[in-house]
Design a protein around this ligand. Sequence first.
Ligand SMILES: Cc1cc2nc3c(=O)[nH]c(=O)nc-3n(C[C@H](O)[C@H](O)[C@H](O)COP(=O)(O)OP(=O)(O)OC[C@H]3O[C@@H](n4cnc5c(N)ncnc54)[C@H](O)[C@@H]3O)c2cc1C
Length: 309
Amino acid sequence: MSVLVWAEHDNAALKDATLSAVSAALQLGEVHVLVAGSGVGGVAEAASRIAGVAKVLVGDDAAYEHGLPENIAPLVAGLMGGYDAFVAPATTTGKNIAPRVAALLDVAQISDILSVEGPKSFTRPIYAGNAIATVESSDAKLVITARGTAFAKAAADGGSAAIESIATTGDAGLSSFVGAEIAKSERPELTSAKVIVSGGRALKDAETFAATILPLADKLGAAVGASRAAVDAGYVPNDYQVGQTGKIVAPQVYVAVGISGAIQHLAGMKDSKTIIAINKDEDAPIFQVADIGLVADLFTAVPELTGKL
Ligand SMILES: Cc1cc2nc3c(=O)[nH]c(=O)nc-3n(C[C@H](O)[C@H](O)[C@H](O)COP(=O)(O)OP(=O)(O)OC[C@H]3O[C@@H](n4cnc5c(N)ncnc54)[C@H](O)[C@@H]3O)c2cc1C
């Protein structure tokens, strides 16, 4: 089986999510990676070094600079004559591109796969991760998004794939880039962080959230996450949200502070290796998934913990 993987990048560097998508794709067959962007020579070089990748296709065009899915999906669909499957990481951008590719190919997308069970058979979470479905595609071509936390990252070095320039499809004229407000942070990225400290509604407001959670995160070198309640209340921007409608994370350590553990939050973090919960309610559902639970007032416990670290 020949598989095309869409590479996630910012035109300068390849994102780690690509490596997990490559691992998923390698279980299906020969893997080619598509680097679509503007001025992406360096990204293509990096993609060619991923272990196991046979070829890198480079679509270099100003129309792809901002990753507009309306422009990238036709490029992918046009290439799919030569491939049996398309795999994108189940990230915000991957989830924006893949359904458009599936629609253009008139096939059903297989979303958020957790494992490859056979050439056309996969597992994927349903009911917010409370059940795992095994699904089999009857389509001639597969369009798949792969959950990053479910596949080990392919080695970023060791490969020496050929790099080939391809004809681009240009601007589809359906959308235009207006602007991006990108928060700059010295902290690790949420989806690839080894340690995450997350805060919930109990943090009261933006100032209290920052004053309580950030010093602990700094001590642990951690990324900062939040529950939807904390995001909706404006304590932090919505790209901090962990959960069913936020980011799916599986760090080595996840510290949940003042988070009740609603099923939609658990859907995003319950695969974390060690879960530490701080909550003043001993019956909070978060304690059912926590490896270490501290029943305490967070406004006492967190500064004390931060001070002792
Ligand atoms: C379709 C849908 C999708 C959703 N997607 C998401 C999602 O992606 N992510 C997500 O997080 N939620 C999501 N939700 C919302 C979810 O159902 C919960 O409402 C939300 O997770 C609750 O956030 P919380 O735990 O911060 O707040 P609460 O449930 O209000 O919990 C606050 C907790 O803080 C504790 N607490 C209060 N004061 C203190 C203190 N001083 N010290 C210690 N502990 C204290 C309380 O005991 C309580 O357990 C979704 C809901 C729906 C319907």
